[in-house]
Design a protein around this ligand. Structure first.
Ligand code: GAR
Length: 227
């Protein structure tokens, strides 16, 4: 694959978090070390106590809390959030542990320029408690999926998927920790592809370097996580 980093202008990333923000950190690190041709324009959280806001502050990135509990309806929150995001003019909106169901209007506004990471091998286990459900089902593998966001919950087309073996000794916690280490690999990689103008979503699906990506995305099942 060719490296087109030199030819594309630096992109603006807007990252949404609800919790600790370890995926956010992997993206901040990727921008800071030059792997990702982008800057993080802002970090926004629906949770004023999110650790991700502190991570952003430590990296001198503008960070804003917009508490969903102050809004009467999902629609009114999503409108306010959408306007706040637009005020930073991002090229790509990144959901990094953003634990909100989004309205179709919100998703449509950012269609083709919003990504999510989900801790399962989608289409298996959309929603919550993914690792517990995989273990209870007796699955032999688990993982995480980076995908473009469409109105269907955790249903947008896959970009890249990391597969992790479930050992007989694994519990929900150990499995989550193993998968998270792979999340920190595949999310920066997918964002890097987008920022290098190599990755697009259109009506025909997702393409990397003009080649259609298969249903499950590019499979990473043998990479060694570094953290
Ligand atoms: C990650 O495991 C991410 O895949 C998951 O939340 C965690 C956030 O961790 N996202 C979802 O479940 C979205 N449906 P982090 O705050 O340390 O990045």
């Amino acid at each position: 694959m060719t490296d087109s980093t030199q030819s594309s202008a630096s992109k603006r990333l807007l990252i949404l978090v609800s919790g600790g923000g370890s995926n956010l950190q992997s993206l901040i690190d990727g921008c800071e070390n030059g792997d990702i041709n982008a800057t993080v324009s802002a970090v926004i959280s629906n949770n004023p106590d999110a650790g991700g806001l502190e991570r952003a502050a430590r990296a001198s990135i503008p960070n804003v809390a917009i508490d969903h509990r102050a809004f009467d309806t999902r629609e009114s929150f999503d409108i306010a959030l959408s306007e706040l995001i637009d005020s930073f003019s991002p090229d790509l909106v990144i959901l990094a542990g953003f634990m909100r169901i989004l309205t179709p209007e919100f998703v449509d506004h950012f269609l083709g320029r919003m990504m999510n990471i989900h801790p399962s091998l989608l289409p298996a286990y959309p929603g919550l408690h993914t690792h517990r459900r995989a273990i209870e089902a007796g699955d032999k593998k688990a993982g995480a999926t980076v995908h473009f966001v469409t109105p269907e919950l955790d249903g947008g087309p896959s970009i890249v998927q990391a597969q992790v073996a479930i050992e007989s000794t694994d519990d929900e916690r150990s499995l989550a920790s193993k998968v998270l280490a792979f999340e920190h690999k595949i999310y920066p990689e997918a964002v890097k592809w987008f920022c290098d103008d190599r990755l697009i979503m259109d009506n025909n699906g997702v393409k990397l370097d003009n080649q259609p990506i298969s249903e499950h995305g590019i499979i990473y099942n043998s990479i060694e996580p570094s953290s």
